[in-house]
Design a protein around this ligand. Structure first.
Ligand SMILES: CSC[C@H]1O[C@H](OP(=O)(O)O)[C@H](O)[C@@H]1O
Ligand SMILES: Nc1ncnc2[nH]cnc12
Length: 290
């Protein structure tokens, strides 16, 4: 199987990477079903990367329908060690404007019943998730933004991403509640991904691309898809520049990441006592520890 150390998951508006060369589409089967779409393997200025359109290339999957486990497992199968998520978000703070970029360091989970673990069926693991994002990978993203001159874009290092269930946007009461929690941005996808990436020992960080002020701002209309789409195109162009700069940095100086050994002290079940079928299903994640 072809390999890439760096993975990119493109969210709303980022369905492909224009600069990818020598592209190969790979249909990957996983014990958790099929990913959102074929993974696209290609070269970004000489560095091999794997790209996946989170909602499918034609945006056919709701946030609640995303096959998060299959997506992360497929990245792992290709050898991905660093995973960059590009995601559209609403802003919960006046100073974080549409077109700005945020590299969050925290998440709040407001999803409902999404499967966010590979474990179960006889193998119990509890990963540490106090720092849900790989700090070193997040720094690479922040430095990549800083290295570029992006008109009308301010960059915000750190911040809290509220992950809501959707697909409807928030009520004003909810939006103001999240503001009272000092949250920075809101989206519908990144938290299950971050958890599963950590279980798969993949360093994960988010490039959050602001499209709107959600519905709390007295001087701005409440978010609509039309409003989001208006900003997505410019965000997608900027995001590709940032990702390219980040990939170049990662290929020269791949940072250490605690995520790469996240399972070391997390598995409670003695693996010699665990069901063979589950060990086989999770072999890709567990092989270092078997
Ligand atoms: C099109 S607005 C709502 C939609 O956009 C974000 O998706 P992604 O994180 O994949 O960029 C948000 O989470 C919602 O899924
Ligand atoms: N306001 C918002 N709420 C949730 N997800 C979003 N994605 C983009 N804008 C959003």
């Amino acid at each position: 199987m072809a390999e890439a150390r760096i993975g990119i998951i493109g969210g709303s508006g980022l369905y492909k990477m224009d600069a990818l060369k020598d592209v190969e589409e790979i249909q990957i089967d996983t014990p958790f079903g099929s990913p959102s779409d074929a993974l696209i393997l290609g070269s970004l200025e000489g560095t091999k990367v794997a790209f996946l359109a989170r909602h499918g290339r034609n945006h056919t999957l709701l946030p609640s329908e995303l096959p998060f486990r299959a997506n992360i497992y497929a990245m792992k199968k290709l050898g991905v060690e660093y995973l960059i998520s590009a995601s559209a978000v609403g802003s919960l703070k006046a100073e974080v404007k549409p077109l700005d970029m945020v590299v969050p360091d925290q998440f709040i989970d407001r999803t409902k019943g999404r499967t966010s673990t590979f474990f179960g069926e006889g193998i119990v693991a509890h990963i540490a998730f106090g720092d849900p994002v790989c700090k070193n990978l997040a720094n690479v993203l922040s430095e990549a933004i800083a290295s570029l001159d992006l008109p009308d874009v301010s960059s915000h290092k750190d911040g809290t991403y509220v992950c809501m269930e959707g697909p409807a946007f928030s009520t004003k009461a909810e939006s103001n509640l999240y503001r009272s929690w000092d949250a920075t941005v809101i989206g519908m996808t990144n938290l299950p991904e971050a958890k599963l990436a950590r279980e798969a020992e993949i360093a994960y960080a988010t490039l959050a691309l602001v499209t709107d002020y959600d519905c709390w701002h007295p001087d701005h209309d409440s978010v609509t898809v039309e409003m989001v789409v208006e900003n997505l195109q410019r965000n997608a162009i900027n995001a590709q520049k940032v990702i390219l700069a980040a990939v170049q940095s990662l290929s020269k100086n791949p940072p250490v990441s605690d995520a790469h050994s996240a399972l070391k002290y997390s598995i409670l079940t003695p693996l010699d006592k665990a069901p063979t079928a589950t060990k086989e299903k999770l072999r890709l994640l567990l092989q270092k520890y078997l």
